[in-house]
Design a protein around this ligand. Structure first.
Ligand code: NAD
Length: 351
């Protein structure tokens, strides 16, 4: 039963949707609405089976609760997965049906982009519900209007969170001469690499899209390595910016860095991988703390409570927050991921 799944744990609700007419199948997991509407993006993905989709939605929605709480947002945590089905490729009717499903939740869940979804998809969803964000910014009448692809905002936060980790571990201000390995050069990884290069970092990059990696390497004078080598590259910092679960029993022994700080969600395959990193004396900047810039932007758009300057002022706080978590973890001898979880539960009122 759903209630027996370890991932269900302390969730408030799970909604399962099936629209026979369009073939839309989706799961919306609501971990918590304690601090506000459950906010978190929608992932479009082909899962091995429906249990895998459910577990993914559950894990991601708890992560959103923790992320939103530590980002100081008036939002709980939730996540949608739109199940990729070969017989029913993503289409406007499917997205509209998803919009109706979200609307039926009456604002308890707010969606935005995640893996496999675009701002155009959000526009289609918005035909059926207003509980959607990450919509394209129309025209350039007001350059400070928030909206659109959250990736560059996420990159801003990752840059600042990484800077806090570099200060904490290496006692250095900024990235001049710091060697950073970036895995994944998509919307976040690319913007992050550009910021790091501009600040004097020496970059090694990899992407399964080799042309993409080569283009960026040319632009930033970075070294490119094949995707299967990036996790073991010798550097000061590793920035996972592709998929989750890359830090695990198999990969951690081969890491060749002192710090990990990147954008990918759920970088640790299991919570105990945080202990494994600690045992190897590798400093882990918790993923959902450093990658909160995107949701900060998304919520400002949804709530209409700030322009791009206000968003940046909220993102800037990520640097001190990461510094505080790392310092508290040190003084209490706890793994940094567990310390962040504890602080998030305190913020949600579930400690
Ligand atoms: P994206 O899809 O734009 O980019 C991902 C990139 O990783 C692609 O270029 C892809 O080719 C590459 N990639 C995939 N597997 C790889 C592998 N094994 N080795 C090397 N490269 C690989 O995604 P994104 O929006 O940049 O997000 C990156 C990560 O950050 C995701 O895990 C996402 O969940 C997380 N995240 C993103 C945001 C955001 O605002 N976009 C916010 C929070 C967290």
């Amino acid at each position: 039963s759903v209630f027996d799944l370890p991932a269900f744990d302390d969730h408030e609700a799970v909604h399962i949707f099936n629209d026979e007419k369009t073939g839309m199948r989706a799961i919306i997991a609501i971990h918590s609405t304690h601090l506000g509407p459950a906010a978190g993006g929608c992932r479009y993905f082909q899962y091995a089976d429906s249990e895998a989709a459910l577990v993914d939605a559950l894990r991601l929605s708890r992560g959103m609760s923790y992320k939103n709480a530590l980002a100081g947002l008036p939002a709980g945590g939730g996540k949608a997965v739109l199940i990729k089905r070969n017989a029913f490729p993503k289409s406007e009717p499917i997205l509209e049906a998803l919009g109706s499903a979200i609307n039926g939740l009456g604002g308890r869940y707010v969606t935005a982009e995640d893996v496999g979804m675009t701002d155009e998809d959000m526009t289609v969803i918005s035909r059926r519900t207003r509980h959607v964000s990450g919509l394209p910014v129309a025209g350039d009448a007001d350059a400070k209007k928030v909206g659109g692809n959250p990736g560059p905002w996420t990159a801003e936060g990752v840059f600042l969170g990484m800077r806090a980790a570099v200060r904490h571990r290496l006692g250095r201000e900024g990235f001049k001469g710091i060697r950073v390995a970036v895995q994944g050069l998509g919307s976040v990884g690319r913007a992050l690499a550009q910021k790091l290069a501009a600040d004097g970092a020496r970059l090694t990059v990899a992407d399964i899209d080799e042309a993409r990696a080569a283009r960026l390497a040319g632009e930033l004078r970075a070294q490119v390595v094949p995707p299967e080598e990036i996790l073991a590259v010798e550097a000061d910092v590793l920035a996972p910016c592709a998929m989750g679960a890359v830090l695990n029993e198999a990969t951690i022994p081969d890491l060749n860095v002192q710090i990990i700080a990147g954008a990918a969600n759920n970088q640790l395959q299991r919570p105990e991988d945080g202990e494994r990193l600690k045992a190897r004396d590798i400093l882990y900047a918790p993923d959902y703390v450093v990658n909160a810039g995107g949701i900060i932007n998304v919520m400002a758009e949804y709530l209409g409570d700030g322009d791009t300057d206000a968003v940046m002022a909220r993102i800037v706080k990520i640097e001190d927050r990461v510094g505080e978590i790392l310092a508290r973890a040190d003084s209490e001898g706890e793994a940094t991921n567990l310390m962040a979880d504890r602080m998030a539960r305190e913020a949600i009122g579930r400690s």
